[in-house]
Design a protein around this ligand. Structure first.
Ligand code: SAH
Length: 229
C-alpha cells in the first residue's frame, strides 16, 4: 500500500473531524475505526484509471453512476454505528464494497445489499479476493432489508432515502442503531442516527448535512426502465 498517501488520508479525516466537532460532538473518532481505515487499501476499490485519487478525502466515481463515499464520511458513519466485535450488521448500498470492508474489520459478520447487479458481483469478487471473508453481498432492493439474518446489531444505509424504510426498523435489534442519510436527491440531506427503543419506537438524532446518491425504490426504477410497453 502507498504509506504516504494513506497517512495523508488519515490526517485529512482527523482534520475534518476536528472541523466538524461541534456537529458530531467529538474531537476524534473511535480508535478501532481509524485502525480499520488504516488497514483497508482504498485503491483496490477504485477503477484503475482513477486510482491516483484513491487516498484523497473525496468521493470517486465507481461506474453505473455511483460513487465510493468520501473517507471522512465512511469513518464517521462507522464510528456512529458504535460497533462491537461480536456484532452482525447490515449495509444497504454495497457500491464498491469499501464500507463493507471497513465494517468487516469491526464486527463479526457483515451482510450488504446492492441494487445494481454488476456492482454487487464486482464487490463480492473483490472482497473475496482481498480476504474479507465475513462479508456477504447480495443484489436486491435494500428497502426490504435482509430478513433472514435479522435482527441486526446495526444497520448502515449508504444512499439517501426520503424516509426511513420500515423494513429496516423492523430488522433492527432493540437498543441498536441505524445510520442513514435522509433527504431527497440533489437537495439538503441530513445524516441521522436512529435508535430503536424497547417499546419499538425510534429516537432520531440529526448529525450533519451530507450529499449521497439516492436510495432507489424498486417500483420506481421498474417504471423508469419501462417494464410495461
Ligand atoms: N457504500 C458504498 C458507496 C455507496 S454509493 C461504498 O463503500 O463504495 C450508494 C450505493 O447504493 C450505490 O451503489 C447504489 O447502486 C446503491 N443503491 C441505491 N439504491 C439502493 C437500494 N434500494 N438497495 C440497495 N442498494 C441501493
Amino acid at each position: 500500500m502507498r504509506m504516504k498517501e494513506m497517512q495523508h488520508m488519515l490526517s485529512d479525516i482527523e482534520w475534518e473531524v476536528k472541523l466538524t466537532r461541534s456537529m458530531i460532538g467529538k474531537d476524534s473518532l473511535d480508535e478501532r475505526v481509524m485502525a480499520a481505515m488504516r488497514h483497508v487499501p482504498r485503491h483496490e476499490f477504485i477503477p484503475k484509471a482513477l486510482r491516483e485519487y484513491a487516498y484523497q478525502n473525496a468521493p470517486v466515481p465507481i461506474g453505473a453512476g455511483q460513487t465510493i463515499s468520501q473517507p471522512y464520511i465512511v469513518a464517521l458513519m462507522s464510528d456512529l454505528l458504535n460497533t462491537k466485535p461480536s456484532d452482525v450488521v447490515l449495509e444497504i448500498g454495497t457500491g464498491s464494497g469499501y464500507q463493507a470492508a471497513i465494517l468487516s474489520r469491526l464486527v463479526k459478520q457483515v451482510y450488504s445489499i446492492e441494487f445494481v447487479e454488476e456492482l454487487a458481483t464486482l464487490a463480492r469478487t473483490r472482497l473475496h479476493e482481498l480476504g474479507y471473508d465475513n462479508v456477504e453481498v447480495r443484489a436486491g432492493d435494500g428497502n426490504l432489508g435482509w430478513p433472514e439474518h435479522s435482527p441486526y446489531d446495526g444497520i448502515i444505509v449508504t444512499a439517501a432515502a426520503p424516509h426511513i424504510p420500515q423494513a429496516l426498523i423492523d430488522q433492527l435489534r432493540t437498543g441498536a442503531r441505524m445510520v442513514i442519510p435522509l433527504g431527497l436527491p440533489y437537495s439538503a440531506q441530513e445524516l441521522i442516527v436512529v435508535e430503536k427503543k424497547p417499546d419499538g419506537k425510534i429516537k432520531t438524532e440529526d448529525i450533519l448535512g451530507v450529499a449521497f446518491v439516492p436510495l432507489v425504490e424498486a417500483r420506481h426504477s421498474d417504471r423508469r426502465h419501462g417494464t410495461s410497453r
